[in-house]
Design a protein around this ligand. Structure first.
Ligand SMILES: C[S@@+](CC[C@H](N)C(=O)[O-])C[C@H]1O[C@@H](n2cnc3c(N)ncnc32)[C@H](O)[C@@H]1O
Length: 411
């Protein structure tokens, strides 16, 4: 079969084709790809869809030196060929041949020499209603390349992309005015995705931190891959919009003076509430960073974003809680805070933290709440009133409904 003959005119910049390619680039599981491919083909994965996949993903990945993706491609091709055959369809020769090539060259699950790191390309797709957001590129697509591990455990925790960092990134891109022109500091930054989004919305300074040295070097590689220059371990945070600073900062050994020197306006963190052993240290770090008083002479008014998909709440510069957790009882309480902040209150403001988290273990989370209460911090669940746009509609393996976002401030 000639692939060119089988290619119908398709618009790669529009769903469902855009979603299919985005899912391939983000290395979504084979099942997700199959269901998106079927959507493109009206139920079947015919020759024209196969040709589209070959031309727009597999062939370009091979040409890209994408041998890192070998184990993934092997799983995808196996599933794809199996599905087409069980439909009674014709499989393109190119797909068979490439599968055979991978099978011959791939030893075990590694590709010549072995490397458990892969390159995922995460595409944030802005729907039409987002076009007025300052974070929305002309192309309506922000693609971030991330070297990461496919192994979430076994010492590679910080080199994997955790779901809360996807959610926090969507939050940053959906509410850019919260972060633009503010100095931002991230705890437990992992692969650096959140920092790349903060730089994209023009935070005045971005400091990323992690306690793990191999995570930091992978993070720097990612920042450079996304054309961001990095500064390494400069102890005092001099605000600098053009670079992202990467800091080795284990929570347990960070000193008060070291932390106070960062003096950020906003602190962020994704999936950092999980290890009870380190929670007291994390809460101490957050408390020192949040305790500082700050004035924002240029941010006294509340600005709306223009796009208001959620009629219940204006997408304002500062978002508020709909729930406060009663840490003594470990349950959420209703909060009557308004959606839009008083202008006078906004004039003199302390730093705020935005922490996204999957609550995997309620006891661990309640322990975190107890510690924050003792430290005089207010934790508010803002997930419902400040829902970010779904900018990753193709990423079916990412269950955004399991993620909460909390704003934390010092009383
Ligand atoms: C579950 S990962 C989340 C990574 C990233 N935020 C994300 O969501 O993809 C937790 C991160 O916190 C870092 N971390 C864990 N304990 C830490 C500690 N005691 N001090 C500093 N960083 C720590 C890990 O190295 C890792 O990068």
């Amino acid at each position: 079969m000639d692939i060119q003959e089988n290619q119908q005119a398709v618009d790669i910049s529009k769903p469902p084709y855009l979603h299919l390619i985005s899912a391939f680039l983000a290395m979504e599981p084979p099942d997700v790809l199959i269901s998106l491919a079927r959507k493109c083909g009206g139920g079947l994965i015919g020759e024209s869809i196969q040709g589209f996949i070959w031309n727009n993903y597999i062939n370009t990945t091979v040409g890209d030196g994408g041998c890192q993706q070998g184990p993934y491609l092997k799983r995808v091709l196996k599933k794809l060929i199996g599905e087409i055959e069980s439909d009674g369809g014709v499989v393109l020769d190119e797909l068979y041949e490439h599968y055979a090539f991978i099978m011959t060259n791939l030893k075990g699950d590694n590709f010549s020499g072995g490397n458990s790191r892969v390159l995922k390309r995460i595409s944030f797709l802005f729907p039409d209603e987002c076009c007025e957001l300052s974070s929305c590129p002309k192309s309506k697509k922000l693609e971030v390349s991330l070297h990461c591990s496919v192994n979430m455990l076994e010492g590679d925790t910080g080199c994997s992309i955790w779901p809360s960092s996807l959610f926090l990134s969507e939050f940053i891109l959906s509410f850019p005015n919260i972060f633009s022109n503010r100095s931002c500091f991230e705890v437990g930054s992992g692969v650096g995705l959140v920092g790349i989004c903060l730089a994209h919305v023009k935070a005045s300074a971005v400091v990323l931190s992690d306690g793990d040295l191999s995570t930091l070097s992978n993070m720097r590689l990612n920042l450079e891959s996304n054309l961001l220059s990095t500064r390494i371990d400069v102890p005092e945070c001099k605000k600098d919009a053009s670079t992202v600073q990467c800091v080795h900062l284990p929570w347990e050994s960070a000193t008060e003076i070291e932390l106070q020197n960062f003096a950020p306006d906003i602190i962020v963190g994704a999936d950092v509430i999980y290890d009870p052993l380190y929670l007291p240290h994390l809460v101490r770090v957050l408390t020192v960073l949040l305790k500082r008083g700050t004035s924002f002479p240029n941010h006294g008014s509340v600005r709306s974003e223009g796009c208001q998909p959620d009629s219940k709440c204006i997408r304002s510069e500062v978002q508020h809680a709909d729930f406060e957790f009663d840490s003594s009882k470990g349950k959420a309480e209703s909060c009557s805070a308004p959606c839009v902040e008083d202008k006078d209150d906004a004039l003199e403001r302390r730093p705020v933290a935005y922490i996204a988290s999957v609550i995997r273990n309620i006891e661990t989370f309640n322990y975190f709440l107890e510690l924050t209460k003792e430290a005089n911090l207010t934790v508010a669940d803002i997930t419902e009133n400040s829902k970010p746009f779904d900018l990753l509609p193709y990423a079916k393996s990412y269950q955004r409904s399991t993620i909460r976002i909390f704003s934390i401030s010092y009383n």
